[in-house]
Write a protein that binds this ligand. Sequence first.
Ligand code: PAF
Length: 285
Amino acid sequence: MSKVLRKPAEFRQACEDARAVRRRVGLVPTMGALHHGHFSLIDEAKSRADFIALTLFVNPLQFAPGEDLKRYPRTFESDLAGCRERGVDVVFAPEPGAMYSPEFQTEVSVKGISEPLEGGFRPSHFDGVTTVVTKLFNLAGPCVAMFGRKDYQQWKVLARMALDLDMPIEVVGCPIIREADGLALSSRNRYLSASDRKRALGIVSGLRRAFDAWEQGEREPDALRSLAEEPVRGAFDRLDYVAAVDPETLAAPSPSPCRILIAVAAHLGTTRLIDNVVLGEDTCP
Ligand code: PAF
């Protein structure tokens, strides 16, 4: 039976009590609207920890004015049912005011790796993510925290933050979970109309083209990037980026790389989707 806590102090206490009886705390931070991608994070956390804390918090700090903060799906009752079914020990679902007092004036910011890709299009986004995740880490004191690799850059930014700030937390990136036709699961997929849902597969086609070319020996980053870009450009209304970068630094890859991250962000109407594949590591998207 997952316990629901609303106050940061109660959440801190629950995690402290678990640690006091030598339970390893595993943290699954989410913004709710849970789907099988999130459930895979819970399962992975259960394999690495024995007290599972999941957070449901639509963090206003990571949305810029004009982004989808107001319409972000909020599905508390079904989220809770999902957590209960999967044996989450504690669900922390604070109100924004409990996380950010009117006097709040601190920001946690990771430089370099936050700046390309998403950072170029959502300049304040990662500062909001790193600030809230630092607060959640401080409250929960987990030994391991789980993030989905659909938000690949977010995972790398948070791993960098934990290393740089000596946070004794393993930041785990879990594989992307996809629908049968390849579309990556995302809370934002529910915004898509039936026809946009079909067009969204342009991203999958792009990633698969790059994947197939890589399997056939193509190693030239720009060739792989252009192969991925064409179907996305054809299906989507607007492209933010299709990039071929080094999976560790997110900078330009070396001339003959052994792994390349192909990352995509594109818009269908008012919905922005992101996806990626690590060539040389992931299976076919
Ligand atoms: O990936 C998300 O859902 C959010 O960015 C996170 C990590 C829960 C921080 O609000």
